[in-house]
Design a protein around this ligand. Structure first.
Ligand code: SF4
Length: 475
């Protein structure tokens, strides 16, 4: 279990020598607890303290990696109950099912539909990352064949949602996400050891490291043997926390270290309650039999119901969520939920502060500014595009905060805007020397005019009104 700053402080030399770059040992301990400093930075820490701190730093939840060579998926290794305590590390993997009862065109169409579930949101690519083949036919051979076809054809296509390629090329900030063209991971959903063996034999090499789902109290010895022989992580399935803990211990005793837990309870309410208990037991009580990532299956109900259930399970605390729907309108909210939950709360998602050209603006086009908070920027861009008025948007560096937050924190003022205008030499882009500012910061217009000698035009408070403003007020 992670140590608190004070517990770490007790293990430090307490000389306040400052060699770690901190003014005191206590400050260093606090930074270490928040993972903002490294133990090696203190040259005087004793071997005994090093060992104690290393043991305490061992993750309470194991990291599991599966998937293909070109798209390795990492789940687990979480350290906190709530993201504001630190952050959540490894985003929930969203997977979609394929039944092995499908064949021919139906099977190809389903794989193609899953491949297309890729989107772009606030400059980041998001999408389904795995296909879960379910052994509904009961036949090992059929299961193996469908797994082989999924392994061969599962490759994401450029997204349906978000921006056009041209727009991305012109305006998108650096893309930090997985690139398109990588392959989806496979999850083999069967409780039949024969089917698992047949599928793994068939997809050997082609599917990298699939996730095998899974082991139950009835098949645990055989499934653990297959997982060990093939180097696959194994899902343990049980209906209660106690049974799950027993099962994971048996799997571990059989030589499989990479385990994913699946709690099979009937109601969502009970599941959320028990998933929270499992998280507490693994993180707060360091209960090792439950110190693994989790997978949840959301296969029934309408696409809308699956969205609601999947989002609840993403929040509490599924590392992998497998859904049955392939409706883009149902998948996108799930991916958005993952993106939001796994964003570092201490690091707002930002775009590069610079001038962005929307369309093909010229020297008479409007120039406006906004902040480098991604959500704000992309909202403004979307509304300017909707206006069809080619424009320049000057993005001011406000450390990723929105307009009002930046203004109230004094990160957005006449000086920061004037500096940004000078840095990006906006005077060379337009000849009118007029700057449109967000309506929410109309109060800074006078000082901004003094600081820049430009005419300041107060724009609308909400960017949704920009199309009207650009057509009627700017002209
Ligand atoms: Fe304390 Fe070590 Fe930092 Fe010196 S280097 S102030 S002993 S933590």
């Amino acid at each position: 279990m992670a140590l608190t700053g004070l517990e770490i402080f007790k293990l430090l030399p307490k000389t306040n020598c400052k060699k770690c770059g901190m003014p005191t040992c206590l400050a260093f301990a606090m930074s270490l607890a928040q993972k903002r400093a490294k133990l090696e930075d203190c040259p005087h820490v004793s071997e005994e303290a090093k060992q104690k701190l290393a043991a305490a730093a061992a993750p309470p939840m194991r990291k599991i990696v599966f998937g293909r060579k070109d798209l390795q998926l990492t789940v687990g290794q979480e350290t906190v109950m709530f993201r504001h305590e630190e952050k959540f590390y490894n985003p929930t993997v969203l997977a979609v099912t394929i039944s092995d009862k499908l064949s021919g065109n139906d099977l190809s169409s389903r794989i193609k539909a899953i491949n297309s579930l890729q989107f772009e949101r606030v400059g980041t690519k998001i999408g389904v990352r795995a296909i879960a083949v379910t052994n509904d036919s009961g036949s090992p051979d059929v299961f193996a064949q469908v797994c082989a076809q999924a392994a061969k054809q599962a490759c994401p296509e450029p997204g349906r949602g978000g921006w056009s390629r041209e727009r991305r090329a012109n305006n998108s900030p650096a893309d930090s996400s997985t690139s398109l063209g990588t392959s989806l991971a496979l999850i083999l959903v069967t409780e039949s050891p024969q089917a698992a063996s047949a599928a793994l034999k068939q997809i050997k090499d082609a599917a990298g490291t699939p996730l095998l789902a899974g082991a139950t109290a009835k098949n645990v010895e055989e499934m653990a043997k297959i997982a060990k022989e093939n180097g696959c992580p194994l899902v343990a399935k049980a209906e209660s926390i106690e049974a799950l803990a027993d099962l994971s211990e048996k799997i571990k005793a059989a030589g499989v270290d990479d385990i994913v837990l699946c709690l099979e309870t009937a109601s969502l309410r009970e599941k959320l309650y028990n998933m929270t208990r499992m998280r507490v037991l693994s993180l707060k009580k360091a209960f090792r039999p439950l110190g693994y990532p989790t997978v949840s299956f959301v296969l029934g109900g309408s696409p809308e119901q699956q969205t609601a259930e999947a989002c609840s399970l993403i929040c509490k605390y599924s590392s992998i969520v497998v859904v049955g729907t392939i409706e883009p309108y149902a998948i996108l909210p799930m991916l958005t939920c993952v993106m939001n939950i796994f964003t570092d709360p201490q690091k707002p998602v930002q775009v590069e502060p610079k001038v962005y050209a929307i369309g093909e603006p010229g020297e008479n086009s409007p120039l406006m500014f906004t902040t480098n908070f991604s959500l704000t920027y992309y909202t403004v861009v979307s509304d300017v595009e909707a206006s069809r008025v080619p424009s320049y948007i000057l993005v001011v560096d406000t450390e990723g905060t929105s307009v009002l937050t930046a203004y109230s924190g004094d990160k957005l003022n006449e000086k920061t805007v004037a500096d940004a205008m000078a840095k990006d030499n906006v005077a060379s882009l337009v000849k009118h020397r007029k700057l449109i500012i967000p309506g929410y910061v109309a109060v800074m217009s006078g000082k901004l005019e003094e600081a820049t000698s430009w005419e300041v035009m107060v724009g609308p408070r909400e960017s949704a009104m920009l199309p009207k403003y650009l057509k009627e007020v700017w002209k």
